[in-house]
Ligand binder design. Structure first.
Ligand SMILES: Cc1cc2nc3c(=O)[nH]c(=O)nc-3n(C[C@H](O)[C@H](O)[C@H](O)COP(=O)(O)O)c2cc1C
Length: 163
């Protein structure tokens, strides 16, 4: 039977969104964008400070409603920006309300150059699943966008070869 694939992501400034869209196109997966009800202003100069604190105190913001059930998928690509060396708070809310078990999961992130403990922490939240791969991108909207899109596409295809 054909694997059902979902790409779940949060993005404040569009980088993770770009990679999520690229991955979803490459693997013909559905998409689920996670958004807090009250998100930070992406143009605010204070966004690093505000978001960094939210990440450090492990905030779980209330999310905008969505009706895709992640549990109904076999394979999940999960993407987040790196905030204070960790996955973004919106992802923490997603993990808290989702019970993923025995799934095949691949992780991706966008950062400014330091991925910190993002993947390690995501894996510990996700527990009993099989991890097919992980990859990070450095601000792909600003750096080598075309090359990064190619990199994302190839990675997603390679992950699917493992299915
Ligand atoms: C609140 C906040 C905290 C951040 N913390 C880090 C960090 O610890 N390490 C890093 O390399 N980049 C950090 N960044 C940069 C983002 O991870 C990076 O710009 C990423 O590409 C943004 O993804 P997005 O456009 O999908 O939101 C931070 C950005 C924000 C807004």
């Amino acid at each position: 039977m054909k694997n059902k694939i979902l790409v779940v992501y949060y993005s404040l400034e569009g980088n993770t969104k770009l990679i999520a869209e690229t991955v979803s196109k490459a693997v013909s997966g559905d998409m689920l964008e996670i958004k807090p009800k009250k998100d930070i202003d992406p143009n605010s100069k204070m966004r690093y400070l505000i978001g960094g604190k939210k990440s450090i105190i492990k905030e779980k913001p209330e999310l905008l409603p969505y009706n895709i059930k992640s549990e109904n998928y076999d394979v999940l690509f999960i993407g987040t920006p790196v905030w204070a060396g960790n996955f973004a708070p919106a992802m923490r809310s997603f993990f808290a309300r989702t019970n993923l078990k025995h799934k095949k999961i691949a992780l991706f992130s966008c950062n400014g150059g330091n991925n910190g403990k993002t993947f390690k922490n995501m894996k510990s939240e996700l527990g009993e699943n099989e991890f097919l791969g992980e990859i990070e991108f450095k601000n792909p909207l600003k750096n080598d966008t075309k090359k990064n899109v190619e990199k994302a596409k190839k990675w997603a295809e390679d992950v699917c070869k493992k299915l």
